[in-house]
Write a protein that binds this ligand. Structure first.
Ligand code: BGC
Length: 760
């Protein structure tokens, strides 16, 4: 019998009380079991970069599990295949721990580098985030564990996170804040989505029929479960009605009683409750059936995968004169400075915190490789402060070596779920030690451990910078491998590193503190802001160096002109012209030049990570389709392509575009709001069937403006521009009788009859 049929049979046997109770959890982590119906309960655990199976309450001690790099690191690998393997590994651990659903991944956009949970999210770009999430979910679910895509939606700040309303304009909502969810939902069909704590347009996300019904279910065709974030439900009846299936955790029966009362007093149809419980049951039965109670996992293999992922995610930001990798010459002495070398920061704080199966640091493998060529200084205290004595010691050690490596980053107390960062800097002690060491030792390397972008006032003074992120339990080994050249770095930034907070897109409105986040930057998030407004970042989105070099050939397009229903193939040869094997992340951006609306300078549409031996060339091919050229048109609540020219840019980062080609795209579907008496003259002019009306109006008012019989093109253009923004019904009066109300209405009716609102 299908799960659907079983679910329906179960619903038919359940009492109203059982159905209402089923809509919320049994305890912190499990759904209700109903013994009489042999209905099992399932276990949900965090997520997202490893399993946190906590006993007891919210932050109970978790079972040991592999701590993979956090999402900002993972996204910097730009490697969908690795993300899928990561998903599989997490799911294997979930199977072995009796967990059916893993609460992740998270795809909220990084509006500001100060977002407290940025480490848990992939990127400032919806395409990159969506693809990473889809791969991770695909991996998890291939191993029979449900994923929970979170936090739906527009959950972009920690300040006032339980109450603040996120109010982006509708186009921005769809293009920026929903697009990654949409990609992941459509490509990977996650078992569940988690409705966020925040409100959207004043309504709690858990009660938002716009989000949960209209967009998720009706527009995207999602058929899975909507789970509340833990404690996010205010009104259980409104939430159920809006499309939320499962409230977590359980709530001492209060919400169950409110559901029962609503059915009894007729304010909630029992059939609505039945439908929601049926959908939830179907999903629970399905995920229970793929559970493998006998499963176990190989902790060594998973640690090795964590190592591989960490290495693939790290980004070499700067490497002057090939300072890295460290010279193998046995004579060179290396100063290792900073407590993070021995006690790394490797994951974020809050609900995602994994209890790792083991933990490596960079110091031990470096000490092993370098022997007595390595000298160490602590540099700073665990709270991030330093002292004159520690600085002097660091400087002395650095000056006595051939190269200094300073480990620095953002301590836990500054970066966590639950609150936003208050500034962009490293702790003062870290900055001070780096500056002092760089002054004493021109060959200084900085290794950073942080979950989101940081300012680097010393960036010009140091020779090399490696962004190691919060790289998980094997990050120490991965750092050592990159520093010594055993592994060639291949990560690229999944978020822009600004020079200063004042340059960031949401400054100074982030975080909102008055209950409403207004998203004034609109579409211009991340590199869209820097590139459109020509604000120079410290390191741009997509940037990352390698120990080898890559040359891009000329891109070729399969056509110079296409229809928006066609597929455009873009091919570009990429060659490894350096001396060693490496991997390059090839990025494809599209620039909309149609002028049909406001567009960012460019938007990432495709990427591919290619492995190349020294001297090898591979051709990367991308297939561009409708959505690569489309924008969200609020007047028809749908995606639309504007006719015109688009630049296809291929490059190594958002600011290292190697070459571009132009394609002309013809729209097969155009949206025109019906013309009314309150349309503007320019809207009539742009309407496909507005020509007659437009000419009639111009002729009727020309004498009033002294334009009768004039033929000078410049004067005519100016005349048309002057009256372009006028409501057309005003021309009846202006025309002094030459345009009657009756004629206006008749011409309007003609134009509208010829053109339906949205032409298919
Ligand atoms: C977090 C979620 C998490 C849940 C369960 C909430 O506070 O926002 O991301 O999955 O707790 O731990």
């Amino acid at each position: 019998m299908s799960f659907d049929q079983q679910a329906r049979d179960l619903v038919a046997q359940m009492t109203l009380e059982e159905k209402a109770a089923f809509c919320s959890g049994q305890d912190f982590w499990t759904t209700r079991a109903i013994a009489r119906l042999q209905l099992p309960s399932i276990w949900l655990s965090d997520g997202p970069h490893g399993l946190r199976k906590a006993g007891g309450g919210m932050m109970g001690q978790a079972q040991p599990a592999t701590c993979f790099p956090t999402a900002s690191a993972l996204a910097s690998s730009w490697d969908v295949e690795l993300l899928e393997r990561c998903g599989r590994a997490i799911a294997c651990e979930a199977q072995a721990s009796g967990v059916h659903v893993v609460l992740g991944p998270g795809v909220n956009m990084k509006r500001s580098p100060l977002g407290g949970r940025n480490f848990e999210y992939f990127s400032e770009d919806p395409r990159l985030s969506g693809k990473m999430a889809a791969a991770q979910i695909t991996g998890m679910q291939a191993e029979g564990v449900g994923a929970c895509l979170k936090h739906f939606a527009a959950n972009n700040q920690e300040t006032e996170r339980f109450t603040s309303s996120s109010d982006p304009d509708p186009r921005t909502l769809h293009e920026v804040y929903l697009a990654a969810f949409e990609t992941a939902v459509k490509e990977a069909r996650p078992w569940s989505l988690m409705a966020a704590y925040n409100k959207l347009y004043g309504t709690y996300a858990t009660e938002s029929a716009l989000l949960l019904r209209r967009i998720l279910k009706d527009q995207w065709g999602y058929g899975g479960v909507v789970v509340s974030d833990w404690g996010a439900v205010d009104d259980p009846v409104a939430a159920l009605r809006a499309g939320m299936h499962l409230e977590m955790p359980g709530t001492d029966n209060d919400h169950m009683e409110r559901l029962i009362a609503a059915v009894r007093d007729g304010s909630l149809e029992e059939s609505t409750l039945d439908a929601m419980v049926g959908e939830l049951l179907r999903a629970i039965l399905a995920v229970h059936a793929t559970h493998r109670p006998e499963a176990s996992f190989d902790a060594d293999a998973h640690h090795a995968l964590a190592h591989e992922l960490a290495a693939a995610s790290m980004v070499l930001l700067k490497n002057d004169q090939g300072l890295l990798p460290l010279a193998a010459a046995s004579a060179s002495k290396v100063a290792v400075i900073g407590g993070f070398a021995k006690h790394p920061r490797y994951q974020g704080s809050g609900s995602s915190q994994v209890n790792p199966t083991r933990l490596s640091n960079a110091f031990e493998p470096l000490a092993l490789a370098l022997g007595d060529r390595l000298a160490y200084a602590e540099g700073y205290l665990s709270d991030g402060e330093t002292t004159d004595a520690l600085v002097s010691e660091a400087v002395a050690v650095a000056a006595g070596a051939d190269v200094a490596i300073v480990f620095a980053g953002v301590p836990e107390v500054c970066e966590s779920e639950g609150f936003d960062r208050t500034h962009l800097f490293l702790p003062a002690g870290h900055d001070r030690v780096i500056a002092a060491v760089a002054q004493a030792q021109p060959r200084t390397v900085v290794v950073l451990m942080n979950g989101s972008a940081v300012a680097m006032p010393w960036a010009e003074k140091v020779g090399a910078i490696l962004e190691a992120w919060l790289g998980g339990q094997a990050s120490g080994e991965a750092i050592a491998d990159i520093l010594t050249g055993r592994i060639n770095p291949s990560g690229k930034l999944s978020e822009t590193f600004p020079r200063r907070i004042e340059d960031t897109p949401a400054y100074p409105y982030f975080p909102a503190r008055d209950g409403v986040a207004r998203y004034g930057e609109g579409l211009l998030i991340g590199y869209r802001h820097y590139d459109t407004r020509c604000v120079a970042p410290l390191f741009p989105f997509g940037h990352g160096l390698s120990y080898t070099r890559f040359a891009y050939g000329a891109p070729t397009l399969s056509a110079e002109a296409i229809k928006d229903t066609d597929t455009l193939q873009v091919s570009v040869p990429v060659a490894n012209v350096g001396a060693r094997a490496g991997q390059e992340v090839v990025q494809l951006y599209v620039r909309n030049r149609t002028g049909a609306a406001v567009f960012p300078d460019k938007e990432l549409r495709h990427f591919a990570k290619v492995a190349l031996e020294a001297g090898e060339t591979k051709t990367v091919t991308f297939a561009l389709t409708f959505r690569d050229f489309a924008y969200f048109e609020p007047s028809i609540e749908d995606w639309l392509v504007a006719s015109g020219d688009y630049d296809v840019l291929v490059g190594a980062s958002s600011q290292d575009v190697r070459d571009a080609r132009t394609v002309t795209v013809e729209a097969t579907r155009r949206a025109f709001a019906p013309l009314t008496r309150n349309s503007l003259l320019k809207q009539v002019g742009a309407h496909p069937h507005g020509k007659v009306l437009y000419r009639t109006i111009l002729e009727a008012v020309a004498p009033v403006f002294g334009m009768e019989g004039k033929t000078d093109p410049e004067a005519l253009t100016m005349f048309e521009r002057m009256i372009a923004d006028t409501l057309i019904h005003k021309f009846v009066e202006t025309s002094e009788g030459r345009l009657s109300e009756h004629r206006l209405d008749a011409l309007l009716a003609e134009a509208n009859a010829a053109a339906p609102a949205a032409q298919g």
